[in-house]
Design a protein around this ligand. Structure first.
Ligand code: TA6
Length: 299
């Protein structure tokens, strides 16, 4: 992203002392500060990188070894996984193709005390060569004392298409060994660590090793009991039938060039999804909204 592009974006969307677009190794990043929260959003992948509500500790985690490179997702924040979640077909990128592409900044407006940022991406000849459908995809981020993210799929083609998707949220926590997730009790899940075996969750989700689970057919709000930071983080949702819980633990984390070895202790993904069998079919002219609302409170 050239400096003049950044200057044009700031001319169009900048707001004195509230919103500035900065260049982070050629990736335009929105730096937002309101009375209610500080937020960073990369236009590449429409990836929310930081959200810190006033009076609270940061809620999202980004690796200290994160790499800001065009065409490569940043390890942390909220990657947008679309039009598929998980491994793609042979030769296609994991978690779809929109998280490494530049999105357009559509608008940034005040709605009362809330700042609403809209970003969008549409099909191109290149994307149709990967996934042969016409679409508009929008991420609407509402920044206040809570963080609301709405991923809006529009089918602009003449035939229906089926997607899986995720707001792949990385949360910052004090200590994974002192963390538990409630809201998934008695829910069936696919255990990726054990060959996608089907299991049922008994009690809260606690962590003593690599954990990678797709909880199916659940619309529940999850609560992260982050004892290490003496707080709880709530992840409410709509338009989502699945929740993924993931911590790579020692060995997997050691395999990531963009993650320091010990960082697995201070992060946890609780992802708002439609994954596995919970796919979504969008008719021509139709749309679908995947919504996550994040809030936090001290114990
Ligand atoms: O959402 C969990 C997961 O599917 C894990 O299996 C792991 O692959 C993680 O996503 C990270 O994927 P990424 O492609 O961002 O390294």
């Amino acid at each position: 992203m050239l400096q003049e592009d950044i200057a044009i974006l700031n001319d169009r969307f900048g707001m004195t002392s509230t919103l500035e677009i900065i260049d982070r190794n050629s990736i335009p990043v929105l730096r937002i500060s309101t009375p209610f929260a500080r937020t960073l959003i990369a236009l590449q992948g429409a990836q929310v990188l930081e959200w810190q509500p006033a009076g609270h500790q940061p809620v999202l985690w980004v690796s200290r070894a994160a790499q800001y490179q065009t065409g490569k997702g940043v390890r942390g924040g909220v990657p947008v996984c679309w039009p598929w979640f998980g491994a793609g077909e042979e030769g296609k990128p994991a978690h779809g193709f929109v998280r490494t592409r530049m999105w357009d900044l559509l608008s940034a407006d005040w709605h009362g005390e809330l700042l609403v940022v809209r970003m969008g991406i549409s099909d191109t000849e290149e994307t149709r060569a990967i996934w042969n459908h016409a679409f508009n995809l929008e991420l609407r981020v509402t920044i206040g004392a809570t963080l609301v993210m709405e991923l809006i799929t529009h089918n602009t083609g003449k035939e229906s298409f089926t997607i899986t998707e995720a707001l792949h949220t990385y949360f910052r926590i004090g200590d994974i060994a002192r963390t538990a997730v409630s809201g998934l009790e008695n829910v069936q899940y696919l255990d990726k660590v054990h060959g996608f075996a089907t299991e049922v969750q008994h009690g809260t989700v606690t962590f003593g090793g690599e954990t990678d689970r797709i909880y199916l057919d659940t619309a529940s709000t999850c609560v992260i009991d982050d004892a290490g930071c003496d707080r709880k983080i709530s992840v409410a949702k709509s338009g989502s039938h699945s929740t993924v819980v993931w911590n790579p633990w020692v060995d997997k984390a050691a395999g990531f060039a963009d993650m320091e070895p010990e960082e697995y202790r201070e992060m946890l993904c609780v992802e708002t999804c439609n994954a596995g069998k919970d796919s979504i079919t969008v008719e021509p002219g139709g749309s679908h909204v995947l919504r996550a609302e994040i809030s936090t409170k001290a114990n």
